[in-house]
Design a protein around this ligand. Structure first.
Ligand SMILES: NC(=O)c1ccc[n+]([C@@H]2O[C@H](COP(=O)([O-])OP(=O)(O)OC[C@H]3O[C@@H](n4cnc5c(N)ncnc54)[C@H](OP(=O)(O)O)[C@@H]3O)[C@@H](O)[C@H]2O)c1
Length: 424
């Protein structure tokens, strides 16, 4: 095993605590023989395993059945995984970044060297979504999937929704509780979720790993006001990864989304993760569970080890299609929530509605505050909140640009996509 951090320690502990059950299921004992990491951790009981600080040498050994890569990051981890696979040693990893960015190359390398590359732990922690897509739902054409796949963003949005906190305040709370890194950018800007969505889309649609084609937007722009208006309209705001197969191509996007309150996904709160998969035979299947943490993630790592030990691990797919067209976000269809700060004057809403209708954008619901904000001054304004029906995003972009240029619109228009999480 490379690394001795959070997840690696979870693997050591769960292998020890559940040894009998794991041995029975694997058909033999899974032995941790070597651990290499930057530093030994006091109090971590490694049993008979040898410790060294040389991760590179560990991956070059030729007496191992499997290397478990749990150091994280992109550069060293990628070199280690390549080196183990080239050396005909199977690899299990929790590293979403290297799979999202180099998955096609690494799976090819694994296949060429007759070994296995397991990455169940790379997406949504304990949730067995890789197994679900590659095994349990293998009889389906997957039409679409949607996931809450970043626990930090979900924690922040939940705290904003349930406790009325601001984004900054909820982020600080997440950092205090150890859910967010000191530099939270990878989580709150949606990059971590985009890594995971890349992997889910590749597995669901039998395609190569196309991180660069995933549209990514984080949650930093969400305000308490938007959460409040969304609630009045019957929605909750969730940070979703969405991947859909359409006739025109595959769409994959990560962004804040209004989800109907009645959907189970709207009620997945705190640091929990969930993935909703729609297969053409199974219909909708929702998997929900702990998306991170030492033992939940170790559970997924060990699942891959058990598959490998009992000889049931799937060899990497060799039928992945690199010719699938991926749609740009401008080509995708969504309904939209718009919040337009406009002067409190008669006729403004009518102008906005005309501009939308000229582009065949129909309005599903509207909230107009009775009371203006900043009433003391001549610049009294009100937010006009509109929910539209589905429209292609390119058309919505031009409509928003036109509305934004109205002299009565006094601030930046907020737009959030809406998804019913249903077919059609
Ligand atoms: N944490 C989670 O809940 C979670 C969930 C799902 C997936 N994952 C993934 O699992 C992997 C491990 O995450 P983690 O949270 O366990 O990370 P972590 O706590 O930061 O642990 C990383 C470990 O690797 C060691 N390390 C880092 N760079 C190294 C290098 N160049 N050479 C030797 N040792 C090195 C660190 O040593 P020092 O401590 O001595 O620096 C530490 O022991 C990541 O890919 C992560 O994305 C994590």
């Amino acid at each position: 095993m490379c690394g001795l951090g959070t997840v690696a320690q979870g693997v050591v502990n769960v292998l020890r605590d559940n040894r009998d059950a794991i041995t029975q299921r694997a058909g033999r004992e899974i032995q941790l023989t070597h651990v290499a990491s930057r530093s030994l951790k006091p109090g971590v009981e490694l049993g008979a395993a040898e410790f060294s600080t040389d991760v590179v040498a560990l991956c070059k050994r030729n007496d191992l059945d499997v290397v478990v890569e749990l150091i994280g990051g992109e550069d060293t981890a990628l070199d280690l995984v390549r080196s183990a696979l080239e050396n005909h040693t199977s690899v299990v990893t929790g590293n979403k970044a290297i799979i999202a960015l180099h998955g096609t190359e690494l799976l090819t390398l694994a296949r060429e060297n007759g070994c296995y590359l397991g990455f169940e732990a790379a997406v949504a922690g304990a949730i067995p979504i890789v197994a679900a897509l590659t095994r349990s739902l293998a009889g389906n054409q997957i039409d679409w999937l949607a996931g809450i796949i970043n626990g930090t963003s979900n924690f922040i949005l939940t705290a904003m929704t349930q406790e009325g906190r601001t984004f900054q305040d909820a982020l600080e709370e997440a950092q205090r509780l150890g859910y967010a890194e000191a530099d939270p950018a990878v989580d709150v800007e949606g990059i971590d979720a985009a890594h995971k969505l890349t992997i889910l889309a590749a597995l669901a649609f039998d395609m190569d790993f196309r991180f660069a084609d995933v549209y990514t937007e984080g949650i930093a722009g969400i305000t308490a006001e938007d959460i409040e208006y969304a609630g009045q309209l019957g929605y909750r705001i969730k940070h979703l990864g969405l991947a859909r197969r359409t006739e025109a191509g595959v769409e994959a996007r990560v962004h804040p989304t209004l989800v109907p309150k009645g959907q189970l996904m709207a009620n997945i709160d705190g640091v929990m993760n969930a993935v909703l998969v729609h297969g053409n035979a199974a219909g909708p299947t929702l998997l929900c569970g702990a998306g991170a943490g030492d033992r939940p993630t170790a559970s997924a790592v060990i699942a891959d080890l058990v598959e490998l030990a009992r000889g049931t691990a799937l060899l990497p797919l060799d039928a992945c299609d690199s010719g699938i067209k991926m749609l740009s976000v401008e080509e995708t269809h969504s309904a939209f929530y718009l919040r337009i700060p406009a002067l409190d004057q008669p006729g403004v809403f009518a102008k906005v509605a005309t501009m939308l209708s000229e582009r065949d954008i129909s309005i599903e619901a509207v909230i107009q505050r009775e009371q203006a904000i900043n009433t003391e001054s001549a610049e009294a304004w009100v937010p006009i909140v509109i929910l539209t029906h589905k429209v292609v995003e390119r058309v919505m972009n031009t409509a928003i640009a036109q509305v934004q240029s109205l002299p009565e619109v006094v601030g930046k228009i907020t737009r959030i996509r809406v998804d019913q999480l249903a077919n059609g």
